[in-house]
Design a binder for this molecule. Sequence first.
Ligand SMILES: [Zn+2]
Length: 266
Amino acid sequence: MSFQPPPSCIERTVANLRVAEPDGIVANVIRTAFRLGAIEILGGASMVHGFTEWTSRGPSVRLSDGASHARRRMILAHECAHLLLDSVFAQDRLKDWGEDYLRRRRRLTDQFVGDALPSLADEVSARGYEGLCDEVGYELMLPWREAVRFAEDVQCVDDAIKAAEDASVSVAAFVCQANRGPRRFALLRLGRSRNGVWLVTNSVAAPRGWHEGTALAPQSQGELELLSKSQTHMTWTTLETDSESERLWMSLRIRGSTGIALYEPC
Ligand SMILES: [Zn+2]
């Protein structure tokens, strides 16, 4: 994803959609889904993360069972975008249920989208409909302006983990939204493979050479091994990968055979 602020049509639409919550920024995406006419939210989506099925009674949302709470919340936020926008941008999904059904759904869409619709159509042309639903979902889950405000106080990986917990999002989602502001964070997830090699298992906004599956250089292997056995879980260290000679200074939290690292690439 790009780390530009989202276009204002997305911000305006999401602002209309977000229910004012007593505890501040955490949007209740379940309530939002029902507000958008979902008749039920079920588990059991096995092949995909989630989907919305349009039935004669209304839209039924399915989420995958295995995902974490933060991940399921993100999938549901994406499905909220479908609940809102399918009546305009994916009409064929509703076509079995007649003109009247579609008209009712369009009225609901107009209520939230209003005059932002032409600009949203431009976004569909630019990034595809699924891309638009991702952007709406991210913004619904954690508005980028809030993420950027949180990010001002982030000095180390523990701060980022805390900020993500406060916002009920994954650390990766927090970093994605925070990166739309002036600071740039990169996030690495590290893990020890079965044969004892420390690898990058996931990365967000990291430079080339730090992508998934990359093994760390021998010296960094040793460093991680020591940390995984020590009582200190959080530290600052430099790490390098096997393939790149670049050593990066990062804030690191290691628990057993997994780790999470945060740094600001220059
Ligand atoms: Zn989708």
